[in-house]
Ligand binder design. Structure first.
Ligand code: ADP
Length: 499
């Protein structure tokens, strides 16, 4: 397993997994908390609904007591008059054969009562056990009958005919408004249709959270919700907010871990590149040194007889010394660049001159390697503000590369011309070319493309980093045009002035 993979796994284990576990735990405990709140809320609502039911039962129970008290005199007038929702009171024997209605009762109520024999029997059983049960019976759409057996006589059954709408408006409604205050919205709905028959404040049918049947009022139910935002809604909102926060935190963590991973990977790549750099530079230093030493010793021993041979050897020594100087300068300049202590001295510079003098340094090498060299210098090129030495150094690096990566076709073209904002200096070769994915990376320090030539064409990986630094310090840019296997052109664009 490579190191990058190991770091990835370690980061995942120590940062991401705990974050993930924590998130899952948080989300599940959030759920529990919200559920608890929900339950508390439901219980509170239940208590309110219970008290509504209890109250209605008390009201009807009060009627029953009043009627019971009035039974001996059969005077139910006062009761009916003082309770607008009571339409009439029917007193009958339990077989429902002898009926009296106060003030009167239409035939349909009487018919309805006659059908309730089973219920009446049940009520008698309750009454014999000393419990006065109130039994509601739906009569018509607008009326209901509440049956009970008075404690004074189990042979009598009493039916209270109640106007449903009035009961809801007067009795139920008043009590609900009392309870609801500004805290709740309470409504009475008709069971089958779900229509709201009464509501303490305007409310949609679906907005009610809880519903309980009305004990004394079959086919009707009370519904309730908190005024404004309900606790459930608030809990849901909080839950959603917390989830978003947790996900956001996870995203930040993942992003952070990814950045750390990338930084570590980059540092490791740099370490690997630096170790390559050391071995490359040692090789780069050793090769010219051993050549210089070898030719100097041969000359010193007086073994070289002809002047032309001697000249050739001196030429080699000079050339290798220049190569060494360039390499060492490169390293020194790079370290100055890294420590930001490199200074540039801008003067009016003739770039054609700089290009020609750089080329001249390579004349021996070009000859040896049989290079076809083409130049195209614009004679009308204006002088520009530049550090002559730095531009020469950049050019040296580009020409060095054009030679090193020339492949089979030994060709080099050096050109100067006017550009949009200044001048353009370009070095072209017909060498191995640069794959598109490496074109920005080759300007990074120590970066070398690992192709076959890396082993034969030695280098430090610093050349283009230095070139870019120099060009940027001149407020210029560098561009590459390249086709793999066909060659590359590096163009330096420099402005005319630095002001
Ligand atoms: P090096 O010392 O390796 O030449 P540079 O920074 O000068 O370092 O170049 C970085 C890499 O860019 C080189 O290793 C090489 O792979 C690639 N490169 C640079 N110039 C050329 C070119 N003219 N043709 C092909 N590849 C090039």
């Amino acid at each position: 397993m490579n190191n990058t993979r190991k770091i990835f796994i370690v980061l995942t284990l120590i940062v991401l997994l705990p974050a993930l576990f924590y998130s899952v735990y948080e989300i599940s405990s959030l759920n529990d908390a919200e559920e608890m709140i929900s339950q508390l809320y439901e219980r509170q609502m239940d208590a309110v609904l219970f008290s509504v039911n209890q109250y209605l039962l008390d009201v009807v129970s009060g009627w029953a007591t009043q009627i019971e008290n009035a039974l001996p005199s059969n005077d139910f007038d006062r009761i009916v008059r003082s309770n607008s929702s009571i339409l009439s009171v029917i007193v009958s024997d339990t077989a429902v054969s002898k009926l009296r209605a106060f003030p009167s009762a239409p035939q349909e109520h009487i018919r309805q009562l006659r059908q309730q024999k089973d219920r009446i029997e049940k009520l008698i059983r309750y009454q014999t056990a000393s419990y006065r049960k109130l039994e509601p019976v739906i009569d018509t759409d607008s009326t209901m009958i509440i049956l009970f057996i008075p404690s004074s006589s189990t042979a009598t059954v009493v039916g209270i005919i109640v106007d449903t709408d009035r009961f809801i408006a007067d009795v139920v409604g008043r009590k609900l408004t009392d309870i609801a205050q500004n805290d709740f919205v309470i409504a009475v709905v008709r069971g089958a249709s779900g229509n709201i028959a009464f509501a303490t404040s305007p409310v949609g049918e679906r907005e009610m959270s809880q519903q309980r049947p009305l004990w004394i009022f079959p086919d009707h139910a009370v519904r309730i919700r908190l005024q404004g935002t309900t606790i459930q809604e608030a809990a849901n909102e909080r839950f959603a907010k917390n989830i978003v926060l947790i996900l956001l935190m996870d995203a930040v963590l993942i992003l952070g871990a990814w950045f750390v991973f990338r930084m570590i990977r980059r540092e490791m790549e740099l370490v690997a590149l630096k170790s390559d750099f050391v071995s490359n530079v040692s090789h780069e230093l050793r090769t010219p040194l051993s050549l210089i030493r070898m030719f100097a010793e041969t000359l010193e021993m007086g073994r070289v007889k002809t002047e032309t041979k001697k000249k050739e050897y001196y030429g080699i020594i000079l050339h290798e010394t220049e190569r060494l100087t360039r390499l060492i300068n490169n390293i020194l300049n790079f370290s100055r660049m890294e420590s930001r202590s490199r200074k540039y001295h801008f003067r009016s510079t003739d770039i054609n001159n700089v290009a020609a003098s750089v080329l001249a340094v390579y004349s021996y090498q070009f000859e040896q390697l049989h290079f076809a060299v083409e130049t195209s210098f614009d004679p009308k090129l204006p002088p520009i503000d530049a550090d002559e030495e730095a531009i020469a150094e950049a050019l040296h690096n580009l020409v060095d590369n054009a030679i090193k990566y020339s492949g089979g076709e030994k060709f080099l073209r050096l050109a100067t011309q006017r550009g949009d904002r200044g001048i353009v200096l370009s070095v072209s070769d017909r060498g191995i070319g640069i794959p598109a994915e490496h074109r920005t990376k080759i300007f990074e320090k120590f970066y070398r493309i690992s192709h076959g030539l890396v082993h034969t064409a030695k280098g430090s990986g610093l050349g283009l980093a230095i070139v870019q630094h120099i060009v940027q310090s001149h407020r210029g840019t560098i561009t590459i045009e390249s086709t793999e296997g066909k060659g590359s052109t590096f163009s330096i664009h420099l402005p005319l002035t630095q002001t």
